[in-house]
Design a protein. Sequence first.
Length: 138
Amino acid sequence: MPLITKQYKFCAAHKYWNPNWDENENISIFQEDVRLHGHNYELDITIGGPINQDSGFIINIMDLNKIVDEYVISKLDHSHIDQDIDWFSEKQPSTENIVVFIWEQIADKIPVPAHLHSIKLRETPTIFTEYYGPEGEE
């Protein structure tokens, strides 16, 4: 089955802090990331499915853009993730949690027979997380 990937970008800020730990433990685990800092995230959304014989597409990219803009970019772009988005009220704003958040926002909005195959979120040039949905978890 073919896959198509569309890349998006957004900027957001976050900080790491576990209220169950004392300051020393937070600094020991999260180091400088206990302070507010931002990233220019690169988000890859990969869609799988059969090719529509009329259009030649798995999904109309304009439809995908609308879904991602409405349910992801409008929420995350220029946000302070751990303060502005309720989903993160008891979760760290890590790339690992952000990809799960994004999956939950859009997986059921992809028009059938296409489906969300994976999400890849790059936080820095050397750190990214990939997620294949709850069925892909071991």
